[in-house]
Design a protein around this ligand. Structure first.
Ligand code: UDP
Length: 470
């Protein structure tokens, strides 16, 4: 690990407090960011999330500058009264309890002689900025989605609301935003759609964007310059988007899984397969596929004849019990063509030579991990930023295709097979997509290695905060 020449050794090191929402897709990149800042040896980092998630975090001891702390979120006592809370009530309860708890944590760190010099916070935590402001501490957002999606939201809150609403309503409408390809309704983040149960998230995004406007507009983004230079440059002079990603661990473990890994030996199973022959399927940590979609995927996998490794979380199985009966067929084939697991080490799986493609919901971490591993993707986006990510992958980055949905809103078996054939074919489109994916892998590695764009940007950011302090 390197040290910064610019750092003045006699000054106390700056102390970053990195606070994240306790979702897997936020914890993973935030934990990686915390490790990277700590490993510069130019700053201390305290990684903070709720008490339940903190218990699952394993900060390996390679990082003497890294510590963790828990905040209480109003759910930690397992209060039976909270069980029936709606998503909106959950977020309100969380905000109130967690912001009070964060304030106490920062004060107690100060009493312990470890004053916080900068608060970095992820999505959905605008109150973290309020705490920082109250204490007079600088704060910065770490955006765990692509710059493209940042830009879409930014424009929504800055003059494009009506145009975006027209685009939501009218499938023929084309939305033109600087630095982005023309977007159609189906490419927009789901929170814009009035009929989706999470549209209240928009209010939280709005709060978050207000905090961004107040901070000297600077945002750390889990992306890299080569991937999103167009959109990043288009925001120049408005918001400084600092690409510090991809936040993918080189040792292949993030160190904070909220789910228990499956006991099945999927690595051994993968070892026995031919190079680039296996379809890996995972839809992240939150999305629940509807019954019809599960059925069509099952059917498509059966008919395709390709080996597959499929992550079906416990919650997904419990939500659609009768489809699970059908997947027992798949489970019976563990030693053969298919394997179903409850949770795996995804970064490790994606880097396995047997993996030929990734059928994904296009969560941003999954997307970055596929680029980082050079694995082509078949997008089956579900909600949030995923449709936009799927659009970028297919039309701008070229490292995958997107499944077309039927009238029922599902990717049918024959469409899945078409997509698998497209990205796994040895010639034509398959070769083109694979080359693109491999090209992005090189560029992603270039960005994060010492002297690469993301590495330098993060260094510069840490030094700036240190200088601000001295
Ligand atoms: N993940 C994993 N094992 C699994 C499924 C997912 O480790 O079996 C990880 C994956 O590597 C990624 C995260 O969980 O880092 C999911 O984040 P993403 O943004 O892709 O989706 P989300 O869960 O937020 O919808």
């Amino acid at each position: 690990h390197h040290t910064f020449t610019k750092h003045k050794p006699k000054m106390p090191l700056p102390h970053f407090l990195l606070v994240t929402y306790p979702a897997q897709g936020h914890i993973n990149p935030a934990l990686q960011l915390a490790k990277q800042i700590a490993s510069t040896s130019a700053a201390h980092v305290t990684f903070v999330t709720n008490a339940t998630a903190i218990h699952r975090i394993n900060l390996n001891h390679h990082h003497p500058f890294l510590a963790h702390g828990a905040i209480l979120d109003g759910y930690d006592e397992n209060d039976a009264n909270t069980a029936s809370d709606s998503p909106t009530q959950k977020l309100i309860r969380y905000n109130l309890a967690a912001s009070k708890s964060l304030l106490e944590l920062v004060n107690s760190l100060s009493d312990l002689g470890r004053p916080v010099t900068c608060i970095i916070y992820t999505l959905l935590l605008p109150w973290a900025a309020d705490v920082a402001r109250q204490l007079g501490i600088p704060f910065v957002v770490f955006w765990p989605q692509p710059a493209a999606v940042f830009s879409v939201y930014y424009h929504y809150f800055h003059g494009y609301k009506e145009r975006i609403e027209s685009c939501v309503k009218d499938p023929e409408f084309t939305l033109n935003l600087p630095g982005l390809p023309p977007l159609a309704s189906r490419d927009l983040p789901s929170f814009f759609f009035p009929n989706n149960p999470y549209s209240f998230f928009l209010t939280h995004f709005e709060e978050q964007f207000k905090t961004i406007d107040i901070s000297k507009p600077k945002v750390l983004v889990n992306t890299f310059n080569a991937l999103e230079s167009d959109v990043m440059e288009s925001m120049d002079g408005v918001v400084e988007l600092i690409g510090v990603g991809p936040m993918v661990p080189s040792d292949k473990t993030f160190g904070g899984d909220l789910f228990d890994g499956d006991v099945k030996d999927y690595k051994k199973w993968l070892d026995a397969k031919l190079p680039r022959s296996v379809v890996y399927l995972s839809f992240g940590s939150l999305a629940l596929l509807q019954k019809r979609q599960l059925e069509e995927i099952t059917k498509g996998l059966m008919e395709s004849g390709r080996p597959f490794l499929w992550v079906l979380r416990k919650a997904q199985r419990e939500a659609e019990k009768d489809v699970v009966i059908e997947t027992e067929v798949i489970e019976g084939r563990e030693d053969e063509r298919g394997m179903v697991v409850e949770w795996c080490s995804q970064v490790e799986v994606l880097s396995h030579p047997s993996i030929g493609c990734f059928v994904t919901h296009c969560g941003w971490n999954s997307t970055m991990e596929s680029l980082f591993s050079g694995v082509p993707t078949v997008g089956v986006p579900q909600w949030s930023d995923q449709p936009t990510n799927a659009k970028m992958v297919e039309d701008v980055w070229g490292s995958g295709v997107r499944g077309r949905v039927s009238g029922e809103g599902v990717v049918e078996a024959k469409e899945l097979i078409r997509c698998l054939d497209a990205v796994m074919g040895k010639e034509g489109e398959g070769e083109r997509v694979r080359r693109k994916a491999e090209g992005w892998r090189e560029k992603a590695l270039d960005a994060v290695r010492e002297g690469g764009s993301s590495h330098r940007s993060l260094e510069r950011f840490v030094v700036e905060i240190s200088d601000h302090e001295s």
